[in-house]
Design a protein around this ligand. Structure first.
Ligand code: FES
Length: 426
C-alpha cells in the first residue's frame, strides 16, 4: 500500500470529512490523501463510481472536492493548509460507501439519461425531479465569493508560457541573447519533467539569471481576436491582463487514459502522477505497481519505483482489464499475446500526453490530427514558428522526451530572438 518514503518534517493537520489527516505543509491535498492510504477521493457524476486522483496535474477532474465550503476544488492543485476543511462531494451517505453506486450495477451496460422514461406520463415528471436532485457537481458555496481586485494590466515584449524543459531552455536562450521576457509557470517551481518526471538523460537546466520569471502564475486565457493579443493570467488570486508582442508557448500536455475496462478505479495513475508523487512528494503510491503502456517510459518509471523500494510488475505490458471493488487490486495484461492476471495495488499508465493546444489555437495557430501519434498537435515550421507572433516548443507539437523538449525550446528561443532582434513588429 501507499507510504511516505521520508518522515513529515513540517506537519500540519487538515480535516477530511471530519477526520484528521496529517500532511507535509504545502503539499497538495490529494498527495496527503494518497500518503494516508485512502483510495476514494470522489465519485463520478452519473454512475457514482469511486474515483481517486489520476493525473496530479489538474487535467482529469477525478479529484474534485469541497474545500472550506467552496465546491469543485482540484485536490491535486490545492496546497494543504492547517485547519482546512475538505469534504468529498456527490455521495450518499459518504464517498466511501455511496448507495447511489447502485446506478452502476443496475445500468451496467449503459444508461441514456436523456431518454430514460421520457414520454411516460407522470413517471417522466417524477424522474425529472429525482434527476434534478441527484445530478450536478457539488453544492453551492457556503457564502458568496469575495470581491476580487480589478485586473492588473501589463505590457511585455516577449511572453513565455510554461517553465518546463522547453520553456526553460527557451528562456535561457532569450536571456543569453539579451531579449527581455516574462515567463509564466503555474507551479511553485520551474522545471516540469526535469524535476518530477521519470525521464532518463534529461538535461538539468538552471533558471536564467536575467528575465522576469513568475511562478504560481496560471495562464487561463488568450485573446487575440480584437486588438492587440493578450494573456489572462491568474496569480495569487489576482487577474493580470498581459499584452504581448511575441509569444512562446511551451505549456506541454495532459496525461491520457489508456482504454480498458475499469481504468477509472482508484489506484490507477498516469505515469507522470507516479513520478511526481515519488520525486516531488516522496510518496510511494503502492508497494506493487503495474507499469504498463509505452515501453521506454515504462522502463524509466520502473527504475524510479524500484529505487524507492517498490516493486514494478508487468513492466511494458498492455493493460486488458483492471480489477477491484473500491480500488485496483489486480490487472489483466497482455504481453506478446500471452494474457495473465497480475496482483498489484497501483497501476501506472505510460501513454503519450495529449498536447494542451487551446492557447496556441486561440493565438491563431493551426491544430491538426497526427495519425502516427493519434493526437491533435500544433503545426509550426522547423524553428517552431506557428503564427507571425507565436512560437511553440515541446510537447505541444507531439510526444517527445524531456531532452527533445529542451532542444526544441532552444531552437524556438533562437528563432524568436532572431525575430525580436531584427526589430519591427511581428
Ligand atoms: S485533476 Fe486532479 S488528479 Fe487529475
Amino acid at each position: 500500500m501507499s507510504r511516505r518514503l521520508e518522515p513529515v518534517t513540517q506537519p500540519i493537520t487538515f480535516e477530511l470529512d471530519g477526520e484528521s489527516i496529517v500532511a507535509q505543509a504545502g503539499e497538495p491535498v490529494a498527495a496527503a490523501f494518497v500518503a494516508a492510504g485512502r483510495s476514494t477521493l470522489s465519485r463520478s457524476i452519473k454512475y457514482h463510481r469511486p474515483r481517486g486522483a489520476f493525473c496530479f496535474s489538474g487535467g482529469c477532474a477525478h479529484c474534485l472536492v469541497r474545500i472550506d465550503g467552496v465546491p469543485n476544488q482540484y485536490a491535486c492543485q490545492v496546497r494543504a493548509k492547517p485547519g482546512m476543511r475538505v469534504e468529498r462531494q456527490n455521495a450518499f451517505p459518504d464517498a466511501s460507501i455511496d448507495v447511489l453506486q447502485a446506478t452502476d450495477f443496475v445500468f451496467s451496460k449503459w444508461f441514456n439519461h436523456h431518454e430514460f422514461l421520457a414520454g411516460v406520463p407522470v413517471v417522466e415528471k417524477v424522474m425529472l425531479e429525482v434527476a434534478r436532485k441527484l445530478a450536478g457537481l457539488g453544492l453551492l458555496p457556503e457564502k458568496p465569493a469575495p470581491a476580487r481586485e480589478p485586473a492588473l494590466v501589463e505590457h511585455v515584449g516577449v511572453a513565455v508560457v510554461g517553465g518546463g524543459a522547453a520553456g526553460l531552455a527557451a528562456a535561457r536562450t532569450l536571456a543569453e541573447r539579451g531579449v527581455a521576457f516574462t515567463l509564466f509557470e503555474r507551479e511553485a517551481r520551474c522545471g516540469g519533467r526535469l524535476l518530477v518526471g521519470a525521464d532518463e538523460g534529461a538535461p538539468a537546466i538552471a533558471l536564467p539569471a536575467r528575465g522576469d520569471v513568475r511562478t504560481d502564475a496560471t495562464v487561463v486565457g488568450l485573446f487575440a481576436d480584437d486588438g492587440p493579443p493578450c494573456l489572462a493570467v491568474l496569480r495569487h488570486e489576482r487577474l493580470h491582463l498581459v499584452f504581448y508582442e511575441r509569444l512562446l508557448l511551451a505549456n506541454g500536455g495532459q496525461p491520457t487514459l489508456l482504454t480498458f475496462p475499469n481504468n477509472d478505479l482508484p489506484g490507477v495513475y498516469a505515469s507522470r502522477a507516479v513520478s511526481r508523487l515519488l520525486r516531488a512528494h516522496r510518496i510511494l503510491p503502492g508497494q506493487r505497481i503495474a507499469v504498463v503502456g509505452e515501453p521506454d517510459e515504462c522502463r524509466a518509471l520502473a527504475k524510479l519505483i524500484t529505487s524507492a523500494g517498490g516493486d514494478a510488475v508487468a513492466v511494458g505490458a498492455s493493460p486488458v482489464r483492471a480489477h477491484g471493488l473500491r480500488r485496483v487490486d489486480a490487472l489483466t495484461v497482455s504481453t506478446q499475446g500471452r494474457v495473465e492476471k497480475v496482483a498489484c495495488d497501483a497501476v501506472a499508465l505510460c501513454a503519450p500526453v495529449s498536447p494542451s493546444f487551446e492557447l496556441a489555437r486561440a493565438a491563431g495557430a493551426r491544430v491538426s490530427w497526427n495519425a502516427r501519434s493519434r493526437l491533435f498537435v500544433v503545426e509550426a515550421d522547423s524553428r517552431g514558428r506557428a503564427t507571425p507572433s507565436t512560437w511553440v516548443a515541446g510537447e505541444l507539437r507531439g510526444p517527445m522526451s524531456a531532452a527533445a523538449s529542451a532542444e526544441a525550446g532552444l531552437v524556438a528561443g533562437h528563432a524568436l530572438a532572431d525575430d525580436a532582434l531584427a526589430g519591427g513588429r511581428p
